[in-house]
Design a protein around this ligand. Structure first.
Ligand code: HEC
Ligand code: HEC
Length: 386
């Protein structure tokens, strides 16, 4: 470890025991020697020049007299890894992932493949646009022939980290999830055999599947490739750096927003690696959201549609809040147009509190720090609400 210290140098008068000007220098010594202030390799930066009155001429101190300062500065200068450990927080940093690059590339092609839909017009990416935070930014999605589904599209980014898929959790895996849109009448209105018949005529697909899977192109391998691609879509953010111990990766205001996010109780539901996506909860714990909104549809029944148990009515998978700044409008019904509106609804109906505007905007600062750094750079923000 290099030694840092203050080095003083004396400009002497004719009388060699007296200094009349003292130079203070900051010394970064890479190869220190035992000799006074000498140093074999290093850097010296001038700090201060002081004229010493003749009667107050100090004796020159040996270099080791500066050891407390040396130690202090040395610790400060030591690389941050020394005190950077994963913080023990209810939100965890994203894991580093690596998947078979061939499968990821094939999955990416399939994700953008309109031939998966009946009339060759709609791809997964039509509703999950990767340059728009992985969503379509519509209140509810539109599929083949402009047919409207009853729900807002969640993002595909980090979807591999959700404990189940869909707002009502009806799919247990991404592979199972992919069956949904391909068959759904208001989405792709097709089937795997139908899509396969079309793609088998494409020698490039044939070649890619045979190279990667012993069974070649089948509904299973198509789903495997798509799911592998989706699992690769993780979006590390500045907040992940903060969680890994880089204290300055987020601003003071974002940090304050995180503290409010915890103290208000948002963290009770939005937590873990995906800041959500790991439990079901009622929408309207502290108030009747659906009655206040009116016009209740079957989609609002949530988890009940899967289990048919009365206690699951109006229960939903808590969504991930990663990249949430990029994915308006919000909620399964797309009813909240802005993040401000969504946070206010959460405070009121999930926590039974009215939140001062100031707190809300600071919490939103924190939520913005969850935007993946890569996405920040590549996302078109034209229709995202500020
Ligand atoms: C017509 C628009 C549309 C198309 C096309 C579409 N999706 Fe979706 N996707 C949605 C909507 C809407 C939901 C939410 C539906 C629900 O929860 O019931 C959803 C949910 C998902 C989810 C669950 C995410 C979560 O957090 O629960 C994943 C993953 C996903 N889609 C991937 C895909 C893949 C892969 C394809 C292509 C095979 C695809 N989607 C095609 C609109 C679409
Ligand atoms: C009791 C559990 C719970 C608490 C507490 C909670 N949420 Fe939520 N949150 C949910 C659920 C469930 C949804 C999905 C609701 C729906 O659309 O059906 C949601 C949705 C959201 C959304 C919309 C996400 C999207 O992609 O549509 C945001 C933003 C959000 N919550 C932020 C917050 C904030 C900020 C707080 C604290 C003020 C908070 N939540 C407190 C359970 C909770």
């Amino acid at each position: 470890m290099p030694i840092i210290g203050i080095h003083q140098e004396c400009e002497r008068t004719g009388d060699s025991s007296k200094c009349h000007v003292m130079y203070y220098e900051l010394m970064l010594c890479v190869i220190p020697t035992l000799e006074q202030t000498t140093c074999l390799g290093g850097l010296i930066l001038p700090v201060k020049r002081e004229v010493i009155p003749a009667h107050n001429n100090p004796k020159r101190r040996p270099w080791w007299a500066w050891w407390p300062l040396l130690l202090g500065l040395g610790l400060l200068a030591s690389p941050p890894r020394l005190y950077a450990a994963d913080l023990n927080e209810p939100i965890k940093p994203l894991p580093e992932v690596s998947y078979d690059p061939g499968k990821v590339a094939l999955g990416k092609r399939l994700f953008h493949e309109p031939r998966l839909s009946r009339d060759n017009t709609i791809a997964c990416a039509s509703c999950h646009a990767l340059d728009q935070g992985g969503v379509d930014r519509l209140r509810v999605s539109k599929g083949v022939g402009g047919a409207e589904g009853g729900m807002n599209a969640p993002t595909v980014f980090n979807s591999g980290l959700n404990f189940r898929q869909f707002w009502d959790g009806r799919a247990g895996s991404l592979e199972e999830q992919a069956d949904g849109p391909v068959h759904a009448a208001p989405e792709m209105a097709s089937s795997w055999p139908e899509a396969m018949t079309k793609l088998k005529q494409d020698p490039e697909y044939q070649r890619a599947f045979t190279a990667l899977y012993p069974t070649g192109m089948t509904p299973q391998t198509m789903k495997d490739a798509i799911a592998t691609y989706e699992r690769s879509l993780v979006t590390p953010s500045r907040f992940d750096k903060y969680l890994r111990g880089e204290a300055t990766a987020i601003t003071a205001e974002e940090k304050q927003g995180y503290e409010l996010f915890k103290s208000y109780g948002c963290i009770a539901c939005h937590q873990g690696t995906n800041v959500g996506g790991n439990m079901f909860q009622y929408f309207g714990v502290m108030g009747n959201y659906f009655q206040d909104r009116g016009n209740i549809t079957e989609a609002d029944y949530g988890r009940y549609n899967v289990t048919k148990k009365e206690q699951d009515r109006f229960m939903f998978k808590v969504p991930s809040l990663r990249n949430v700044a990029l994915t308006p409008p919000y909620f399964h019904d797309g009813a909240a147009k802005t993040l401000e509106e969504a946070v206010a609804v959460m405070a009121k109906y999930q926590l039974g509190r009215t939140m001062p505007e100031q707190d809300r905007s600071v919490i939103i600062q924190f939520l913005r720090s969850l935007t993946g750094e890569q996405l920040e750079a590549t996302t078109s923000n034209k229709s995202a609400h500020k």
